[in-house]
Design a protein around this ligand. Structure first.
Ligand code: ADP
Ligand code: MG
Length: 330
């Protein structure tokens, strides 16, 4: 049996594994739960996520990749190993070739840490690929052409913005403002406006159900439970999508600002290509309603979300392996 080609999207919020010929076989939150007393890992992935905020004192659940950086190397290594083994099953005779996607803002040291962790996790060969390239391939863009394309990938901890051409990044930026910051902005808004204390899980829920980055014709609303900061007692407040727009305004503006700065640094011919072809959004954060409209209004450039924005990077990373192996096998 030949070795398997694998693409891994090492996201701050979720990890996806793509296997050549099978597609995305695994998608789990990048969360690890430990026993603080013995320092042993208790659970990884979905199982660990369920423990977040609900663990007894000695068990802690952490997100080792928060903000796109490997904050805890050994944990990341164990997590990678676990997901690779889970995705491959037991019957592998040859070590796989693995391609891992990292956010474009990571340092060489961090890249090396990911590479080492992937070898440690059982890879025969490792290639590290930048998020915007993977996102572009996954969004169905032919990256080998001499034509400018702009990709905006909004994840949990980081947003990657890049103009790519001829398979490489021409101009890019990575900011630590993304989906998680939308949640935090909602938490702050609820506290300030309604004197209501809510957790980040509730804030994410609000964002996914009614969150909006742009004025819409229809107004949605939902009841939100939290703790009244004045009385200390539970309290329910009805929140509208218009309020979320207000809550998210500053955070979405920072993303628009970053898009703007990349456009400003783009050479004129490529900028003209982007203006013709439009801006493509990927990543879970791009599912926030009205983000397309907001970016389109502020830049004057047609903006659309990729067909399956959550899996685009994983698919692109896997296809990149196919692209590499195709080049070698011929
Ligand atoms: P990463 O690549 O950093 O792992 P993802 O691309 O998986 O991140 O995106 C995670 C982010 O997407 C989280 O902040 C999550 O709340 C957000 N998200 C997921 N689904 C939606 C949705 N339907 N609407 C808005 N945000 C969403
Ligand atoms: Mg991502």
């Amino acid at each position: 049996m030949l070795g398997t080609d694998i693409g891994i999207d090492l996201g701050t919020a979720s990890i996806l594994v793509y296997i050549k010929g099978k597609g995305v076989v695994l998608k789990e939150p990048s969360v690890v739960a430990f026993d603080r007393d013995t320092n042993k890992i208790k659970a990884i992935g979905e199982e660990a996520r369920l423990m977040l905020g609900r663990t007894p004192g000695n068990i802690v659940a952490v997100r080792p990749l928060r903000q796109g950086v490997i904050s805890d190397y050994t944990v990341t290594e164990k997590m990678l190993k676990y997901f690779i083994q889970k995705a491959l099953g037991k019957k592998t005779f040859r070590k796989p070739r693995i391609s891992v996607c990292v956010p474009s803002g990571v340092t060489e040291v961090e890249k090396k840490a990911v590479e080492d962790a992937t070898y440690q996790a059982g890879a025969r060969e490792v290639s590290i690929i930048e998020e915007p390239i993977a996102a572009a391939i996954g969004a169905g863009i032919d990256i080998s052409r001499p034509c400018g394309n702009m990709i905006v990938d909004i994840g949990g901890g980081t947003s990657d913005i890049a103009v790519i051409s001829l398979g490489g990044t021409v101009v890019s930026t990575s900011i630590k403002i993304a989906g998680d910051d939308f949640d935090e902005a909602i938490v702050r808004y609820m506290r300030k406006k309604h004197n209501l204390l809510i957790g980040e899980r509730t804030a994410e829920d609000i964002k996914i159900k009614i969150g909006s980055a742009y004025r819409r014709a229809e107004v949605d609303s939902m009841d939100v439970r939290g703790r009244n900061l004045v009385t200390g007692l539970p309290k329910t407040v009805t929140v509208t999508s218009e309020e979320t727009e207000e809550a998210l305004k500053e955070t979405t503006a920072q993303i628009v600002e970053a898009v703007h700065s990349v456009l400003e640094k783009t050479p004129p011919e490529l900028a003209a290509d982007v203006a013709d072809r439009g801006i493509v959004l990927t990543g879970g954060g791009s599912l926030l309603r009205g983000l397309e409209e907001l970016i389109e209004e502020k830049t004057g450039i047609n903006t659309m979300t990729a067909e399956d924005p959550m899996t685009a990077v994983a698919i692109g990373t896997g296809k990149f392996v196919e692209f590499l192996s195709g080049k070698r096998d011929n």
